[in-house]
Each structure stands twice: as C-alpha cells, then as structure tokens.
Design a protein around this ligand. Sequence first.
Ligand code: NAD
Length: 374
Amino acid sequence: MSEKFSISPGGEEFPIPGPGEYKVEFERLQKMVAKEREKGREIVVVMGVGFVGAVMAAIVADSVDKVTGQSSKFVIGMQRPSIRSYWKIPLLNRGVSPVKAEDPEVDPMIARCVKEKKTLIATYTYDVLKLADVVVVDVQCDYIKNELSNVRNGQTDMAALEASLHEIAKRIPAEALVLIETTVAPGTTEQVAYPIMKKIFRKRGIETDPLLAHSYERVMPGRNYVASIRDFWRVCSGINETARQRVEKFLKEVLNTEDYPLTVMDRPIESETAKIIENSYRATILAFLDEWSLFAERNGVDLIKVINAIRVRPTHSNMIFPGPGIGGYCLPKDGGLGVWSYKHILGFEDDIFKITPMSIDINDTRGLHVGQLT
Ligand SMILES: NC(=O)c1ccc[n+]([C@@H]2O[C@H](COP(=O)([O-])OP(=O)(O)OC[C@H]3O[C@@H](n4cnc5c(N)ncnc54)[C@H](O)[C@@H]3O)[C@@H](O)[C@H]2O)c1
C-alpha cells in the first residue's frame, strides 16, 4: 500500500500516521501528562488547531498563574490526521505556527511555548481526550449557501462539530470542562451538544451531566490577532452552575480579564445569540451603507466625507464605511446560523426574519460591485 502524505503550505511532506502508531503516541502522551500533573499543571486539550484554535492554544500555554508567575497549564492541540490538515501537528511540535498571521506576536509565542516553556504540544489521536481537565472546541461550524444572495436557501453544516462532540464524550473524564468556542446556531450547546454528550455519558455509565460551556471568539485576524483573543472582552455561559463557575475560572486564568472583564450569561443560548447578533448587526450596517454608497457614487457625493461629518455626532460615532469585502469567514454566515436555528433547532414555523437575511444577501454581491468599479 502506498504511503499517504499531508503537504504543508511550504511544500514539506509529512507521512500520515499508520494504525500501529496510535498506541505509541498515546503512551508518549500519558508519560508527558503524568510529569505535567506532578508539576501541578492542568491539562488543556484544544480541538481544531485552525485559525482560532492554534492561537488560543498558544495563549493558554503562555499564561501563568497570576499569583506564582508559573505556568499552570499544559496544552495539547488536537487535529485529525487528514491529508489536508495533518501537517499542522508536526509543524506545531517543532514550534512553528500552522497559521500565518500579520501579528508579530504569533510566531515567537508558539516557538516560546513549545521550545522554552514546554507547555504546548500537538497530537493526532483522539485518545488524548482521556487525559483532559479542560477541552476547548475550536472546530468549524459552517453555513452552506446553495446560491448567491439567498441565505434562506442554505443550511448549517455542523458535521465537524457533532463528530468532535461524539469523540469528546466517548473519552473525557466525567468532570472535564468542555468549552465550545465555535460560533454555533443559537440553541446548539443545550439542544445538540448536551443530548449527544449525555447519551454517550450514560452509555459509559456516567450518571453526572457533561460540564458544557460556551464562550465565543471575537478574534480579529490582523496585526492585533493575539490581543484580540487575550486582551479583549469575553462573553461566556455554562449549561449549569458548576459549568458556569468552571468556565469563568478557566477564562480568568488564561485571559486578561482584569483589564477586559468577562460577561457571564445565565444560559449558553444567550452567549450563542450574542455572537450571532453581534455579527448580524455589523452585516446589517454594511448592507445599509451599500445602498448609500451607490447613491453617493451616482451623484458625485464623497461618502467618506459624509460619514465623517455624521460621526461627529456622539450617537453615530462608530459609523463605518462599506468596504470592498464583507467580513471574511464570519459575517457572510453567522446571521444565516441564527435564521436557520429559529426553524431547525428552536422549532418555530413562522418567519420573523427580514433584515438579517436581506443584509447578508446584499453583502454577498458587494465584492462584485467593487470589482465593477475598478
Ligand atoms: N477566523 C476568524 O476570524 C474567526 C473569528 C471569530 C470566530 N470564529 C469562529 O471560530 C471557529 C473556528 O474558526 P477557524 O477560522 O479557526 O476555522 P478553521 O477551519 O481554520 O479551523 C478549524 C479546525 O478544526 C479542525 N477540525 C475539524 N473537525 C475536527 C475534528 N473532528 N477533530 C479535530 N479537529 C477538527 C479542522 O481541521 C481545522 O483545522 C468558527 O466557528 C468560526 O466561525 C472565527
């Protein structure tokens, strides 16, 4: 049988681990974790070392106990050994960031945690979950659009998230905290993740409830990538009082919550909805300004001048200019997750949404208009 490879963006080939390698890998992890526990460190597994997960993993690994100044977390990034993504693991284990960022803090932070502090490694085996005190879920949850400018005709694709939750529930210790950071359709933590995990827990003979929490990422790729995770306000919630207390404690230990206080919500659907409204709000303003930019273009009005004049008024000081592209990965999909969830998770048959889907549909073709102008 021919060996399969995963090729990094730099062109290096990494052979995909074979079935015989998993046992050795897990034994390696067990030994490392035993040593880390002796140092009193908590074991944090970050699932999905993509754009968000890789940097979140490094931030947790770089954090220190706020009293002793010592590292109190040992972080293991976990990624499936797929042909597309496996290369991220050997690169991370060398101290090389699997994501390329403009922020000069990313590369040295990952190198420091892997090579000097020795608080960050990566693996491909799901069995690492057996060793976790905390699992941070940073896998994607997509919204598939079937046509341009018709967000209603799309659907949420939570296959990666559901698969991750199954693997987590099958392996984690009953008392491990599972923190979902993925942007999800509102209701997912309570109505999708909780039943999946509870069913598997019961099959394993675990009578307690999974300690599930949700806290969404507000990360902004760019020069302040790390700061937009670590030095930024967070919203969090837990499925019950214990989960809420655990997530609050964890985030306070790893993020700069002294300067950027946490907002703790009562239920996960509240923090999930906060994320969706946050991005739908921005998408709506951008769509609203799209039509005024057309008005301005056709009448020789300088829209930037107009917006700057309006922004002097304190109530309108954060007005934004509609740029060429709309919101990268998140703004074109997040409102769709909300509209979809109202029907498919929360079970309503009426149609209350007008502005959110219309905004996403308008934004879908903004880039084409900008292309026409150039
Ligand atoms: N990128 C951003 O700027 C941004 C900002 C805010 C929020 N978010 C949200 O954060 C989440 C993650 O986004 P991202 O940009 O990091 O996505 P990404 O695609 O870069 O990363 C997801 C990673 O998860 C891995 N993965 C998928 N299934 C897995 C499984 N079963 N086990 C282990 N790993 C698995 C993938 O291989 C990939 O590396 C999304 O919900 C996104 O909406 C992203």
